[in-house]
Ligand binder design. Structure first.
Ligand SMILES: [Zn+2]
Length: 277
């Protein structure tokens, strides 16, 4: 599990859980209640996940002081154990309540999609297994999953990711089922961004995929065998750019999508007119 190197600092005076949640990059974690951790039933099956389970538990519950735990390996293991406990806690009633406060305070951040208008997001893991993937954010408005903004360690400048297993795959969806009044209305269809070049819409088939372009090139070839760029005979600036690309020996696929639009339209027109003849 990747934690930034600040997490190995063990000279903390505050309770361990508070210290862990206060670390840079750990803003999404909530403080798990001591009583939850002290109940052995809640930890069932976690003993085998870390090498020194009892010591980790003692460290998390402040049964051993920071001076006794001047061992970065133990701290690292305690962080891993806390993450696993956290994943279980956030889907309990108390855990959901704790996460509610953080959601309302936008501690998890907001959706980067412009039409979502700063919709608060929720942390989500795409996998429940440790060490597989870092935490992502889920937007309940656009129903999309995003990478959270990178966390930069003040000391190393490196980015580090919190493990997605600390939140799990269930949490955000159970959260929204529990607090269904928080579920926002989905994005209206008309808010879809329309790409424009000089004020004109970019044709759908050009903006989607290269496969469409490939298929189009194939159909152009089969229609009359002319190279697509040779069909360009207009006088607008995009045509001259396409010609310039052709002179440089580039094929049509390397031209920007918007430049291909006029050639494609013209090609279709030519095909229609030759059919009419
Ligand atoms: Zn969104």
């Amino acid at each position: 599990m990747a934690f930034n190197e600040d997490s190995s600092v063990s000279g903390h005076d505050e309770p361990w859980i508070q210290w862990f949640c206060g670390l840079k990059g750990h803003e999404m974690f909530c403080e798990v209640e001591r009583s939850y951790i002290e109940d052995g039933f809640n930890l069932y099956g976690l003993r085998t996940c870390v090498s020194n389970f009892s010591d980790c538990l003692d460290l998390i519950l402040d049964r051993i002081g920071p001076d006794d735990s001047d061992d970065s390996h133990l701290t690292q293991s305690a962080c891993t154990l806390y993450s696993l406990i956290h994943a279980r806690y956030v889907i309990t009633a108390h855990g959901l309540d704790a996460m509610y406060s953080k959601y309302v305070a936008k501690d998890f951040g907001t959706c980067p999609l412009v039409p979502c208008g700063g919709q608060p997001v929720l942390p989500v893991g795409l996998k429940d297994d440790l060490g597989v993937d870092t935490v992502k954010i889920y937007c309940p408005k656009c129903s999309q999953v995003y990478h959270p903004p990178p966390i930069r360690s003040s000391r190393t400048g490196n980015t580090s990711g919190v493990d997605g297993a600390a939140f799990g795959t269930t949490f955000p969806h159970l959260f929204l089922m529990t607090f269904n009044n928080l579920s926002p209305d989905p994005l209206p269809v008309q808010t879809t961004y329309v790409p424009r070049v000089f004020g004109f819409r970019v044709h759908k088939t050009e903006s989607t995929s290269s496969t469409a372009r490939g298929a189009d090139a194939k159909s152009a070839k089969s229609s009359n065998g002319d190279s697509p760029a040779q069909k360009v005979d207009g006088s607008d600036p995009s045509d001259s750019l396409v010609r310039a690309n052709k002179r440089k020996g580039r094929d049509e696929g390397s031209a920007p999508a918007f430049l291909l639009e006029s050639t494609k339209r013209r090609r279709k027109n030519n095909a229609n007119s030759s059919n009419n003849d």
